[in-house]
Design a protein. Sequence first.
Length: 226
Amino acid sequence: MNAMHHLLAWLTFVICFILLPTAFAIQADICNCKNQQFLGLLDLATYTTCEKLAPEPKPRDVNYSIHATKKDAQHFIGTTCKATLQHIETYKSFWGATDTIPSSGPVDFSDTGCKRMAQTLSCNGNPMVRLPNSETYAFTRPPSREYSWMTTSKNSVWNCLVDLHTVLTQNGPKDPIISFLGELGADRNKGYASKNHMTVIWNAIDQSPKKKECEYQLVANGSGTM
């Protein structure tokens, strides 16, 4: 009886000794691992630990500044001149009937002619009138209809407009000058440009290369959270 009791105790010890490592081997940490790859059946004897991800840093307040090499656009004021020649031909027949043929065409100004108009505010001898709430002056009138019996009479008159406050913009010395007419070329030192039968004049400046100041210019600064 005692022998049987010792045999059962010994068998119980052996069985526990065999099963104990297995019970401990199936325990594993569950976490996010780097460089994951599918291995099929997991060999717990080899992969027993994994690297846990580091906690994300807490948001913090920062100050920032933005610098750029491109300078702000330059805005300056010019003057725009425009004129048209209004023409009319009138014929009076023997029976008193009149036949009228109107026409018109642009008048192209030189920079000197535009300057003269801006200074005198005169349209080929006729005084120009300021338009309401603007820096624009104009003279508009149709040609007179003077005619004689059995003759063809020709009459013409200039109509003019001058804007003394034309806003011009240029980003840099090599960039085109921009106006409501579009691009006017890049040579600001030229002092004038013509486009679409209009002439724009401005004060010329020297755009020759100068000694560089700070290459970088502060564009914006502020604070935020990162």
